[in-house]
Ligand binder design. Sequence first.
Ligand code: DX5
Ligand code: ZN
Length: 216
Amino acid sequence: MSVKISPSILSADFAKLGEEVRLVDEAGADYIHIDVMDGHYVPNITIGPDVVKALRPHSDKVFDVHLMISPCDPYLESFANAGADIITIHPEAGPHYHRSLQSIKVMGKKAGIALNPATPLSVLDNIMDLVDLILIMTVNPGFGGQAFIPLMDKISQARQMIEATGRDIDLQVDGGVNPETAPKVIGAGANVLVAGSATFKGGPDKYASNIKAIRG
Ligand code: DX5
Ligand code: ZN
């Protein structure tokens, strides 16, 4: 299985975000991971749909938009119109996450579901037919640069659930992914690795070698 790298621009230089997106695109990123935080669902505030829209002309890569906002429903259309390709939500972020996933699909976008470290895999039970991406969080959401939580069994079980569907569903891991932890999550069955601090550390001259080192 080929591994995709999705650099999280949370660790980029926010004063020149467009250029940073272009640089990681050229450095070999497969997706661009955009962390949206509201200071309510998570204790941090980042970027909104207008920023996603402004970034869109800077790359043709898949915009992988991770919504850590509650409620998420009122904003799904804005992110879809801004140019998101994948919209990932957390099941705790609204009362009816099946409906949220349906809305994303109706807008013609890929739908993702994100599981916090303490969120059980059982949240996937009745939505597998709706999702294009399952995100296993290996840190608690809110900040880049946190220590990796080794949830290998959870990742493997999610991979088994995906295989049972026979569908092409991305298994993404987000949080503390670096050249040391990446082989473990790939071994457990992940095929999309989000990496913020490990991509951007050392500055633009290092982006290509950092991405290569994470890919393994
Ligand atoms: C955390 C975000 C992550 C974060 C990852 O809430 O969802 O995408 O940016 O950062 P690193 O790779 O530094 O752990
Ligand atoms: Zn993320």
